[in-house]
Design a protein around this ligand. Structure first.
Ligand code: NIG
Ligand code: FE
Length: 419
């Protein structure tokens, strides 16, 4: 018998979420869970060492610690590949204005929106940012998110952007979740540059990006908000081309409000992901479908804004695209920390099944943050990031919403949440 540290056994359904040809699940192949009934998984030194039926696994392995998952679904930890989870302050006043009929872009144009959070974030210290953000990561973890991408973008000056990346780093080393930092200096044109967007882009490409690359070599991605009221296609191209030359992987906020060509740009530049994709034109969906750029959909954003248009998931899948899901957790459009709620929205408004949504929120999401070989699937050798969900089968994920189905969270082999 071989010894493991932990065995989870007797799962009603164990979802392996197998990679396809070693990669994500593309197009209409999305939704292959690789379910093992009465399944078990063994973990050793933070990794998955065996997966199979409870009977077969127990013949070969024993462990001093066991978790009984009878009546439960076992699946990989959620990967949330798009968040703005580090910020100071809040914008409940804007929520009330929007409920009363103001639009997100009207509030932004009148100096609120992203700039409101920028003002609060600029006046916070690294320690204050860490203290404000840690409870959000705690709640994400409690809801099953074990890997979280976090963007800067509420600093918009060299020092304040670096300060946010500092806070992300502090949280990464002190929180059980894995944090993936992304530089988003081009999130908005700050008020001191109003009417001088090009000069602000100069600052981003000439000073911020090189400073971020030098100080934080672990920051692997650069993002840009390419939309009406934010950055034009040409400005976005300048930022991303410079970032690419400096060795960053690329991401883009595209087609959230207006289609400016950002998705085509992402494909052209070989971006890791193109995110939002609410009003993406058909031609660009075709390009995306033929590329390795992951389509990251954020259904909490239209929901949070009470809009009625969502990512056209079927068209993306029919084109052969790699679909992933994320929370977009931010203080403006979508303060949501629960990936199971994202799944519930995606099933209803993007018309994907719970099985498809689960793959989009694990394996495919891992590919959107460059961790497709490490997390998002319960394959031998991967990080033992595992959820035990108090649900009798996977169809209950998305079917039920508003309560938390997570019973246990295991992060690199350690039980970090038990409820
Ligand atoms: O993804 N679109 C840009 N950024 C966020 C909103 C940020 C904010 O309003 O603070 C988003 O929706
Ligand atoms: Fe965003």
């Amino acid at each position: 018998m071989k010894k493991a540290d932990l065995i989870i056994h007797s799962a009603a359904q164990l979802c392996r979420v197998p990679p396809h040809d070693g990669g994500p699940q593309r197009g209409c192949q999305l939704g292959d869970l690789g379910v093992i009934e009465d399944g078990a998984v063994a973990c050793e030194a933070g990794r998955v060492v065996a997966v199979g039926s409870t009977e077969a696994l127990r013949q070969a392995w024993w462990a001093p610690t066991e978790l009984d998952a009878s009546g439960c679904v076992v699946c990989p930890g959620f990967v949330d590949p798009h968040t703005h989870a580090v910020w100071a302050g809040e914008r409940a006043d804007e929520f009330v204005q929007r409920v009363r009929g103001a639009t997100y872009q009207e509030i932004m144009a009148s100096g609120g929106g992203i700039m409101s959070t920028v003002r609060a974030t600029r006046s916070a210290s690294v320690a204050q940012l860490v203290d404000a953000s840690r409870p959000r990561l705690d709640r994400m973890l409690t809801h099953g998110t074990t890997t979280v991408e976090v963007k800067s973008g509420y600093g918009l000056s060299v020092d304040d952007e670096l300060k946010i990346l500092d806070a992300v780093h502090c949280l990464d080393v002190s929180h059980p979740a894995t944090l993936v930092p992304t530089f988003l200096g081009a999130h908005a044109v700050p008020e001191e540059y109003q009417g001088r967007a090009e000069s602000y882009v100069d600052l981003v490409v000439e000073e911020m990006l090189p400073a971020a690359a030098e100080r934080f070599p672990e920051v692997s991605f650069c993002d840009v908000f390419c939309d009406q009221g934010a950055f034009t296609l040409e400005q976005s191209r300048r930022v991303l081309e410079r970032a690419k030359a400096l060795g960053f992987g690329l991401k883009i906020h595209a087609d959230e409000f207006e289609p400016l060509g950002g998705t085509g740009l992402a494909v052209e530049l070989g971006a890791m992901s193109a995110d939002h994709l609410v009003c993406t034109p058909d031609e660009e969906i075709e390009l995306l479908g033929q590329s390795d750029t992951v389509a990251v959909s954020l259904p909490a954003t239209p929901f949070g804004l009470a809009h009625h248009q969502y990512t056209p998931a079927q068209a993306i899948l029919e084109a052969g695209g790699i679909l992933a899901l994320a929370s977009d957790c931010n203080p403006g459009t979508a303060w949501n920390e629960s990936m199971t709620f994202i799944v519930a929205l995606a099933c209803r408004y993007m018309h994907i099944t719970p099985a498809q949504a689960l793959v989009a929120a694990t394996l495919n999401a891992a590919h959107a943050v460059g961790l497709g070989d490490r997390v998002g699937s319960l394959e031998q050798g991967r990080d033992a990031d595992i959820l035990i969900l108090d649900l009798p089968d996977v169809r209950h994920l998305g079917y039920r919403f508003g309560s938390n189905p997570v019973k246990h969270v295991i992060k690199t082999g350690e039980v970090v949440v038990s409820r």
